[in-house]
Design a protein around this ligand. Sequence first.
Ligand code: ZN
Length: 483
Amino acid sequence: MAVLDGIKPRVVFKYFEEICNIPHGSGNTKAISDYLVSFAKDRGLKYIQDELNNVIIFKPGTEGYENSQPVILQGHIDMVCEKTSDSTIDFEKDGLELIVKDNVITANKTTLGGDDGIAVAYTLAILADEGNISHPPIEAVFTVDEEVGMLGAVALDCSPLKAKTMINIDSEDEGILLVSCAGGVSVICHLPFELEDASGMTFYEVKVNNATGGHSGVEIIKESANATKVLARVLYAISEKVDYRLVSISGGLKDNAIPREATAIIAVAEDARKEISSVVVELDKIVKAEYHGTDKEIFLTVHKSDAMENVMTEKSTRKIVNTIYNMPNGIMKMSQDIDNLVQTSLNVGITKTLEHEVICSFAVRSSVESEKKELVSRLTSIMNLCGGSVEIQGDYPGWEYKADSRLRDVMIKAYKRQYGSSPKIEAIHAGLECGIFSGKIPGLDCVSFGPQMDDIHTPSESLYIDSVERTWEYLIKVLEMLK
Ligand SMILES: [Zn+2]
């Protein structure tokens, strides 16, 4: 007996439950991909399944829409598999155990995969429809492994797609239409140094503790402290009072997170504990005051540290400290089209000291391609100044705000008709598959939306039934208006 039986819209929840019964965590998408293929075969719909398990299904336009411009409906077929510590699920082979309580669907002790199973369910319901829904030719694009770097979208061959209009159903806030996202690139800065003998020196560990941290894209707008950048400031301040040599500097645990802690080991020829401490104590007060709104728990410490064999030379010490202190970081530009949107930013994520170089890896993000490139140039230029080099990895395009968008106009109009108010038009400072598709399909007109979900990527993930119903009606209305 299906748990979602009888819940409206019935056809959508029928497919949603079928999907929930097929294990489909990221990297485990063969079964759900084959399910989509047999769905297409059963209905005589043209389809493509690629090596990664991405699937495209084509459906002609309905009566009166045969010659309309085709529309891409897009969502991802993988889900984040999270469970509570007492859950016994095996995500490799078990389906989800759905729970309905009042207006909310959850899964027992696991993520629900409403992100993005609901997109698959909506799209299958439209592909399966026989004559009730009017729509242009549909190119349904189901991608794999969005949750682990958008791998499916990155690899997908878009040449069979004719559409220049794309509705992405991978947003979680009903009433918000997303119209732009950031592109990104990792820039790894290599700062070489030279060593000298450290005999007779005294060593100290200087540390920045307990910054708030957060996602380096979505949360960069809070302008909280980056522990590595704070540490560089402290090291520079110490250098104005004490002649020291740097031994190592490190900070951050993840490339896409704002570092919460950063540590440096420094060495001095004579005991300079008093001078170093007084700088650290003073900056501790200043940093706490400057970040009182974002980093209430931040504090600086200095301790004596174990002796090392080598230290950086005076020249290398000066070079490394000054370079990290001067590297740009944080918000570079706000959007002039969308309120409160960070358009361009960068964050130094992981910093570490290897045998002969310090490495700082930056996540550069922008919804404007040229600004992203410009920041890469700036980092390269700084590296040129200090005899370092840059390494570029994982470049993906942004999704720029389109001043003229027929799709957005239609979706706003349809929204006003149904809801009697205007939707919010928003953008996010992080990556979405829409960015990948915008890079591959020149002139793509795209909007992302979806029904209300809470706590995605956690075992509390919740999908709201009434929102699914309203959003379904809305999608049908939009397709009808795209004649
Ligand atoms: Zn998603």
